[in-house]
Design a protein around this ligand. Structure first.
Ligand code: TZP
Ligand code: MG
Length: 210
């Protein structure tokens, strides 16, 4: 599952704007994968947000991934799910999802990354790249050095995450990540489209250079 700019939702950062307007702007700026991640939503709220995101991502030809909830992913016909180390195992997700759906796994070290690849993940999230206030229970910082190390052991697409700002992106891609995933760098930006565009252009530039 190749992506270049993977934007993860966070409704605490919408600043009174609608989810629809912010995600449309992110897509316009170059986001090519959107993850619905709202830890405090009820099932019904997730379904509603998922249906909205499915409509706008389908229109734009952008992927939609649902965090944690395989049931919600199925209900909104998302392209896949993103699962953490404590969520349902990859095999269970495969059994519940239609063939061809994407399963991404959060990883924090070489061992988890190798295991995710062995189990047949479509991509790995790897992080955190830097300290972040967006997720409170993060593992220790892995950083670009961690990306380099994991790159030596897996062939899977690596989506770097955690504390990433535009100025960090070049080094992360140079270290072997395929893509960057961000919440605040795009969602909390005053100009969401411009923020997405800036990050996307750095990813494109650095990927072209290798
Ligand atoms: N998983 C690891 S760090 C993180 C997630 C969801 C939060 C990333 O948010 P931000 O604002 O891009 O640091
Ligand atoms: Mg999870």
């Amino acid at each position: 599952m190749d992506s270049r700019l993977y934007v993860v939702t966070g409704d605490a950062f919408l600043k009174g704007r609608t989810l629809e307007s912010v995600i449309r702007a992110a897509i316009k700026g170059g986001a090519d994968c959107i993850q619905l991640r709202e830890k405090d939503y009820t099932g019904r709220q997730l379904l509603e947000a998922g249906l909205l995101l499915r409509r706008i991502t389908a229109e734009a030809g952008v992927r939609l991934i649902v965090n944690d909830r395989i049931d919600v992913a199925r209900a909104v016909d998302a392209d896949g799910v993103h699962l953490g180390q404590s969520d349902l195992p990859l095999q269970a997700a495969r059994e519940m999802l239609a063939p061809g759906k994407i399963v991404g796994i959060s990883t924090h070290n070489v061992q988890e990354a190798v295991e995710a690849e062995r189990m047949g993940a479509d991509y790995i999230g790897l992080g955190p790249m830097k300290p972040t206030a967006t997720k409170l229970d993060t593992e220790p910082v892995v950083g670009p050095a961690g990306v380099q190390e994991v790159r030596r052991h897996v062939r899977l697409p690596i989506v770097a995450i955690g504390g990433i700002k535009a100025e960090d992106v070049a080094e992360i891609i140079q270290s072997g990540a395929n893509s960057v995933a961000v919440v605040t760098a795009v969602i909390a930006a005053d100009d969401v489209e411009a923020a997405a565009k800036r990050i996307r252009s750095i990813v494109d530039l650095e990927r072209g250079a290798r």
